[in-house]
Design a protein around this ligand. Structure first.
Ligand code: NAD
Ligand code: MG
Length: 381
């Protein structure tokens, strides 16, 4: 079990649930970071007494520094401050709970400082997959999945001999708009999109779940984490979110991981791996559940899933283009400027207009990300 962790993105949904796990397991916190929530970061710092905190938004730096002036906690600001926190020597594990491509550099920084990584930030692998995987191998660190589906696959694979995996079956809740037609999607509101049936999460991933972009990002994440191709992954809609994913072996035996829809299970497993200790999560009651259902995803209505698969198939910069255009489009949707069907339309536009390139480096990824955002924003400025 890890004893000293750094938590990047501590004020978000995963961040707060991670601190709940940390509090129960009595783990030391080396650093906490946030984007702009000064008040909550201050509260967390006073409770967990890390060596350092960082507020990414430079405009909030003075306020943050003043709020902790009576403590000996070091206060950093800006993106560079997040990187400082990611590499602090005491921590053994960096939990990355930042949302979006903003998590990519901090992941790489922590890896190069030889930290193991508990990765909730799926955009890290979507945008920088090969680069991150090479850095993991070069530095001999572990990359532990936190995303519930990937944690499930990881758990199912424990003890499996190399070469025995035939297929990964990723489950998807289908989100709030499962079963709707394109015409019906045309009229959905932000409020409806934010109302996820099974999970309470940050706004961006909740919209990604409503468009099924989230499942597309997760397909790419799974290809990288488990070194498989698109053909080795099947997505199945499972409305109840009880089976968190499954693996099929060469002999067609299927192993699944089940549990209540509570992110503290995968978060805790990444921290205690390979141990299992008590958790506050509710046990399953099978008689109460009654039945579990499965259906095919509709890639015509939920185009984002197919777009992510296409982007991964094209390789190179395309996954970063799909991700960056989605991040910008989701912001526009959340601010009421576009409808939900404009999200896949804008992703497609970015993917068509940005020339692809293979053998990419980190600067190429950030350039593709900003080009993709520009294409999206050009319609709405
Ligand atoms: P959230 O919006 O609730 O929290 C995001 C955190 O990142 C906050 O602490 C915020 O301050 C910080 N942050 C935002 N922008 C930043 C920036 N530019 N620089 C530095 N820090 C920044 O998001 P969340 O729902 O907790 O999701 C976090 C990540 O975990 C996402 O990648 C998401 O896809 C993934 N994930 C979340 C869940 C879930 O249940 N919430 C499940 C699986 C995976
Ligand atoms: Mg997930």
């Amino acid at each position: 079990m890890y004893r000293n962790i750094t938590l990047l993105g501590s004020t978000g949904s995963i961040g707060r649930q991670t601190l709940d796990v940390v509090r129960r397991l009595k783990i030391n916190v080396t650093a906490l970071t946030a984007n702009r929530s000064v008040k909550l970061l201050e509260e967390q710092a006073r409770e967990f007494n890390p060596r350092a905190v960082c507020i990414a938004d430079e405009n909030k730096y003075l306020e943050m520094k003043n709020s902790l002036a009576d403590t000996d906690i070091k206060v950093f600001g800006g993106d560079d401050g997040i990187l400082e926190c990611a590499r602090l020597s005491e921590s053994e594990l960096a939990v990355n709970a930042i949302v979006g491509i903003a998590g990519l550099r901090p992941t790489l920084e922590a890896i190069s400082a030889k930290k193991d990584i508990a990765l909730a930030n799926k955009e890290t692998l979507v945008t920088g997959g090969e680069i991150v995987k090479n850095a993991v191998i070069e530095n001999g660190v572990k990359l532990l999945p936190v995303d519930s589906e990937h944690s499930a696959v990881f758990q199912c694979l424990q003890g499996a001999p190399r070469g025995s995996l035939k297929k990964i079956i990723l489950t998807a809740s289908g989100g709030p708009f499962f079963g709707k037609t394109r015409d019906e999607l045309e009229r959905v509101t932000v409020k409806e999109a934010l109302n996820h049936p099974n999970w309470s999460m940050g706004a961006k991933i909740t919209i990604d779940s409503a468009t099924m972009m989230n499942k597309g990002l997760e397909v790419i994440e799974a290809c990288h984490l488990f070194n498989v191709g698109l053909d080795d992954i099947e997505v199945v809609v499972h409305r109840e979110s009880i089976i968190h994913s499954m693996v099929e072996f060469n002999d067609n035996a299927v192993v699944a991981q089940l549990g209540s829809a509570d992110m503290r299970i995968p978060i805790q497993y990444a921290i205690t791996y390979p141990e299992r200790v008590e958790s506050p999560c509710l046990p399953l009651d099978f008689a109460e559940l009654g039945s579990l259902t499965f259906t095919k995803p509709d890639r015509e209505v939920f185009e984002c899933l197919a777009l992510c698969e296409r982007a991964f198939g094209q390789g190179g910069l395309m996954p970063a283009v799909a991700n960056g255009s989605n991040e910008a489009a989701v912001e526009l949707f959340l601010s009421g400027k576009i409808g939900i069907l404009d999200i896949p339309r804008l992703i497609k536009k970015a993917m068509i207009n940005i020339p692809n390139k293979q053998n990419i480096n980190i600067d190429d990824v950030y350039t593709a990300d900003s080009e993709a955002r520009k294409i999206v924003m050009s319609e709405y400025s």
